[in-house]
Design a protein around this ligand. Structure first.
Ligand SMILES: Nc1nc2c(ncn2[C@@H]2O[C@H](COP(=O)(O)OP(=O)(O)OP(=O)(O)O)[C@@H](O)[C@H]2O)c(=O)[nH]1
Ligand SMILES: [Mg+2]
Length: 231
């Protein structure tokens, strides 16, 4: 199973080296860091850590993921793993996240921070509430049970091609889960540990504005997918 990793990163020069070191020797073919014009040395530390760096002109988590997939397209892997660059995801959970796919039981695996061990303060109450609400809506509207919209996840390349992913920012994670549910992909979850970000500025949940914008976009994305038709 050829597995490549995609890491969206914006101003993560302090956290990224630990993430890349943690991914060493875990059977990944390529590690691609997608940078949206970081003002710090994110790109340099990424290369120093053995990763490929691709630039994405358009800001946004989703845009970075789309740019990364575009980069992998020429020599597509069997499986793509997504994780964050801020040190909150634990690379040691990679085998667990890949497990259900390697066993031929799943097309998409979500690393659930809710089912795993989350360090105190790593998941804010707003995040926990937002995730619970979103997962309840996805279950009610699309019939698939998730407990988290966690960033650490794996999906087969074939399944990814069936989803037509498009969201440029905060709606990316729930778009993948709602579309996967609506299109009958085999979805699984595994518990993963979650830590407070190692260093640097939060772009999403750590700020009220970020949480509010993310929350609104997530609910809008779920509604849009529902309007696009039942499973
Ligand atoms: N390339 C790129 N990466 C981004 C962008 N926004 C966020 N990221 C990355 O996406 C990941 C998630 O963003 P975070 O800021 O950690 O958001 P969060 O996890 O909700 O918030 P924290 O709890 O503070 O970590 C991190 O690796 C960021 O560097 C963006 O516009 N472009
Ligand atoms: Mg984070």
């Amino acid at each position: 199973m050829i597995v490549d990793a995609l890491i969206p990163a914006l101003n993560e020069e302090e956290s990224l080296p630990g993430v890349l070191a943690g991914l060493q020797g875990r059977g990944l073919r390529r590690v691609v860091v997608v940078d949206n014009g970081s003002r710090d040395a994110t790109a340099d530390v990424a290369r120093a850590g053995g990763a490929e760096v691709v630039y994405c002109a358009r800001r946004g988590y989703g845009s970075a993921c789309l740019r990364g997939l575009d980069h992998l397209h020429a020599d597509a892997p069997d499986v793509v793993v997504f994780l964050d660059a801020d040190g909150a995801d634990d690379p040691a959970d990679l085998p667990a996240v890949l497990g259900p796919i390697a066993a031929g039981e799943a097309d998409l695996v979500i690393g659930s921070r809710v089912r795993g061990q989350a360090e105190a303060g790593a998941l804010t109450p707003v995040q926990r509430f937002g995730n619970a609400l979103s997962c309840t809506l996805v279950r009610g509207l699309f019939g698939v049970r998730f407990t988290d919209l966690g960033p650490f996840r794996a999906i087969t390349w074939d399944a990814l091609q069936r989803l037509d992913m498009a969201d440029p920012d905060f709606g990316w994670t729930v778009e993948m889960q709602a579309k996967a549910a609506r299109r009958g992909l085999r979805c699984a979850e595994v518990p993963v540990d979650y830590r407070r970000r190692y260093a640097g500025q939060s772009k999403v949940s750590g700020t009220l504005e970020g949480s509010a914008r993310a929350g609104a976009k997530i609910l809008w994305t779920i509604g849009r997918e529902r309007l696009r038709g039942r499973p």
